[in-house]
Design a protein around this ligand. Structure first.
Ligand SMILES: O=c1ccn([C@@H]2O[C@H](COP(=O)(O)OP(=O)(O)O[C@H]3O[C@H](CO)[C@@H](O)[C@H](O)[C@H]3O)[C@@H](O)[C@H]2O)c(=O)[nH]1
Ligand SMILES: [Mn+2]
Length: 735
């Protein structure tokens, strides 16, 4: 009998997508035909034709990027049961949670995330949880202290009864959490746990409301005169699993890194680097998981799934640098009214990237190999880089080999040192090592740098989803997030780490480079999108046209693109199990984001490049539940507004198109002679109506009250811009 080979830990599955590929190529062919037609008939037409040509060439280009990215879709199937057979000893994992603001990110959320991490199905003596608090808040620290007491009941409870959802706020909010046919013992423990959790949330809530049950002395003395942007490092070992027992509660450590006004702190990237180093001197696990404070563990087996991919390499080629899980969200509103649940994005483009060099790093829900974060390339045996770095991190790295258990408190001094502001000075941290600085999307930049060194990455999307987080709700929060993302992505594109350069150096695969480009060009897409949204209105107002006339063969090309594209994207939503409404909501939100947040994001990068202002990471506000009152609220899912300039361009687009349609309907040509043959046709009118439908959320905003209404100052500005535009259009058509 042959000796059986070790069982495979994972399998790569490629998706069959022949029909989608055919449709995508058809759309590409139609787009190219239209562009070609415009090019050969450029002389016979005016400026609008040329502008349409430029925009459509751009759309064809981004379509090429998207077709290439979606071409080979793949997924990984993991077999955790084989892992437990083959590898008796599981490797250690350090778990990182970042929080930055106790108001925007309520401590109860962070606490739930931490509890879900502590209770994960993995030997507790292999785990350590580090919380970085950029808010330097005693409230967060207090909440974690209380949570660690609760964890001593919660963790054994979850493990004993194989509880599925280990974030208590979600577990106790589910209807099915206590079914009738369970043992009496379980019922009693369940009740006790629920009471204990309610007690914990009440304590945290009281403290949040200013009824601090503690004085800033003793354990809290470090917080007594703290200024958020100017304070010394605080590191507290909240709980230590001293006996190193596998079914205990894992270590829990609180960190608030040093902040000084003179030193840039690099937002989340800076926090991640401190977490890396502090954990390096304390537990120094070879793997690190990081989650945002709102992203709790929804599948307690995720560590085992991830280990299948991280340990399952058969050769250098399948040695993954990191394992990324998709971002999924809890309490999503029905039909995704804000278009921010990203399901379809991860489903097709995401899987496509998985099929090339591996998923982008998405900032949360990702397991990294520590040595990769330390800057190693796939073929490196030991750390390279400058002397400065070797001195500072080599020590951390060398102790990786001696994993003799030591008390955490004995490394507190060393930990404080590596958490200081000046520690990174003159080292490669943030440049070659750790999370890379210089972009508000530090996640994509860090992942790109890793791919640029030739690493591959893997995707892990078990069922139920591994992590669930909180998607921003309401117009201002969504737009701010989109703006941050485009800003950060453009910052990368225009830096020396641009995917272009990395592809030229040879380690970033060509199609992976195109995939990165697809993402990083979001900001620049705002310009052709804006032009295209205004073109139909311009044509109606000036009695000209930018689309081929109904009689021309090319009209059918344009119509075919419009119809095929929409039906095709619709089919993507239906195949992913989503509704027609979800499709429509995403269509309109993408167009709205593109012409508002992405535009402002592009401006802010231009301002940064001109040295006028710097870009900052604006934290997304998070709520415990979006459903509680909103479910019965007729306004759930309705776009909200504030005075931010982000809303001006969207309002202007709407006003301009409304004016155009009014002109058309009322037949007032602003005194222009109808140009007969040359005037606008049905195509322009349909386009203009389509734009108004896409911006219907803004239309409702014209009449909405309070946060549902567009503020009058924004309306005046947009109105003035629209009037200027109409005036200018008339002027151009007269010369
Ligand atoms: O100075 C800062 C700013 C932010 N954060 C943390 O960064 C995380 C992400 O911030 P959030 O406001 O939730 O941003 P999102 O747009 O929701 O995050 C996505 O996009 C970010 C990049 O723009 C990534 O860092 C995130 O991981 C990814 O989930 C949160 O845990 C914050 O506490 C810090 O630790 N320090
Ligand atoms: Mn977030």
């Amino acid at each position: 009998m042959a000796i059986s080979a070790p069982l495979a830990l994972y399998e790569r599955v490629t998706r069959k997508n022949t029909i989608p590929r055919a449709v995508e190529l058809t759309i590409l062919f139609l787009l190219l035909s239209l562009v070609a037609y415009r090019l050969i008939s450029l002389q016979d037409h005016g400026f609008t034709w040329f502008l349409a040509f430029v925009c459509e060439s751009w759309f064809a280009f981004t379509w090429v990027l998207s077709v290439s990215t979606k071409w080979t879709q793949a997924d990984y199937k993991t077999y955790p049961e084989h892992l437990l057979q083959g590898k008796p000893e599981l490797p250690a994992v350090d778990m990182f949670v970042t929080t930055a603001d106790p108001v925007l990110e309520p401590p109860i959320l962070t606490v739930n995330t931490v509890l879900s991490l502590l209770a994960v199905d993995y030997p507790a003596n292999k785990l350590a949880c580090y919380v970085s608090d950029d808010g330097g808040s005693p409230l967060t620290f207090y909440s974690l202290m209380e949570a660690s007491k609760f964890a001593k009941l919660w963790v054994p409870f979850c493990k004993k009864y194989c509880i599925e959802v280990r974030a208590p706020f979600r577990y106790f909010s589910g209807e099915s959490s206590l079914s009738r046919d369970v043992s009496l013992e379980f019922q009693q423990e369940w009740k006790k746990m629920k009471d204990e959790y309610e007690e914990l949330s009440r304590k945290i809530e009281d403290a949040t409301n200013g009824l601090m049950p503690f004085e800033l002395t003793g354990e809290f003395a470090d917080f007594s005169s703290i200024q958020r942007t100017n304070h010394a490092t605080i590191i507290k070992v909240i709980w230590e699993n001293k006996e190193g027992v596998a079914n205990e509660v894992p270590h829990l450590i609180y960190i608030s890194r040093e902040k000084r006004p003179k030193y840039p702190h690099h937002f989340k990237a800076g926090a991640m680097n401190v977490l890396t180093r502090v954990s390096g001197v304390m537990s120094n696990a070879p793997f690190m998981l990081n989650v945002d404070c709102d992203m709790y563990i929804n599948n307690p087996k995720i560590f085992l799934h991830a280990m299948c991919l991280l340990l399952g390499a058969k050769n250098k080629d399948t040695d993954f640098a990191y394992v990324q899980s998709p971002q999924c969200f809890y309490d999503g509103l029905k039909d995704d009214p804000f278009g921010n649940q990203l399901v379809v994005l991860f489903e097709y483009l995401g899987r496509g990237i998985v099929g090339i060099q591996g998923p982008f790093y998405a900032g949360t829900g990702c397991f990294h190999k520590r040595k990769v974060i330390y800057g190693l390339s796939p073929n490196d045996e030991e750390i390279k880089g400058s002397m400065e770095f070797t001195k500072s991190a080599g020590q951390i790295l060398s102790s990786m080999k001696t994993s003799s258990p030591h008390e955490l408190s004995s490394s507190l001094e060393a930990a404080k040192q590596v958490a200081g502001c000046s520690y990174e000075y003159g080292t490669l941290w943030g440049r070659e090592v750790g999370w890379i600085y210089g972009s508000t999307t530090e996640d994509v930049l860090t992942g790109l740098t890793i791919h640029g060194r030739g690493w591959k990455s893997a995707y892990c999307s078990p069922n139920p989803p591994a992590f669930l987080g909180c998607a921003p709700s309401g117009g201002p929060a969504i737009m701010t997030q989109q703006k941050r993302w485009t800003t950060g992505l453009l910052e990368i594109l225009f830096s020396r780490r641009s995917p272009f350069f990395l592809a030229l150096q040879g380690k970033l695969q060509f199609r992976q480079c195109l995939a990165y480009l697809w993402l990083m060009l979001w900001g620049l897409r705002s310009i052709p999108e804006l032009c295209y949204a205004i073109l139909p209105a311009y044509c109606i107002v000036t009695s000209s046209h930018f689309l081929p006339k109904v009689g021309e063969a090319a009209f059918f090309i344009a119509a075919a693109i419009f119809i095929t594209y929409n039906l095709y994207t619709l089919s993507e939503y239906l195949r992913a199990g989503l509704s027609v409404r979800a499709w429509w909501n995403n269509q309109r939100m993408w167009r709205i984001n593109a012409t508002t947040a992405w535009l402002i994001g592009t401006f802010s990068v231009v301002l940064k490049m001109l040295g006028i202002s710097d870009t900052v990471f604006e934290v997304t506000p998070k709520e415990q539940s979006t459903n509680e009152d909103d479910d019965h609220n007729a306004n759930a899912g309705r776009l909200t507004f504030d005075r931010s300039p982000i809303f001006i361009s969207g309002t202007t687009i709407l006003l301009v198109n409304l004016t155009a349609l009014a002109v058309r309907l009322l037949g007032v040509g602003f005194g222009l002679v109808a140009r007969g043959e040359d005037g606008p046709g049905i195509g322009e009118v349909i386009c203009s109506v389509w734009v108004v439908l896409l911006y219907w959320a803004f239309f409702r905003g014209l009449f909405g009250k309070g946060k549902y209404g567009i503020p009058s100052s924004t309306l005046y500005k947009a109105g003035a811009l629209a009037a200027l535009f109409v005036h200018f259009s008339r002027w151009t058509s007269m010369i």
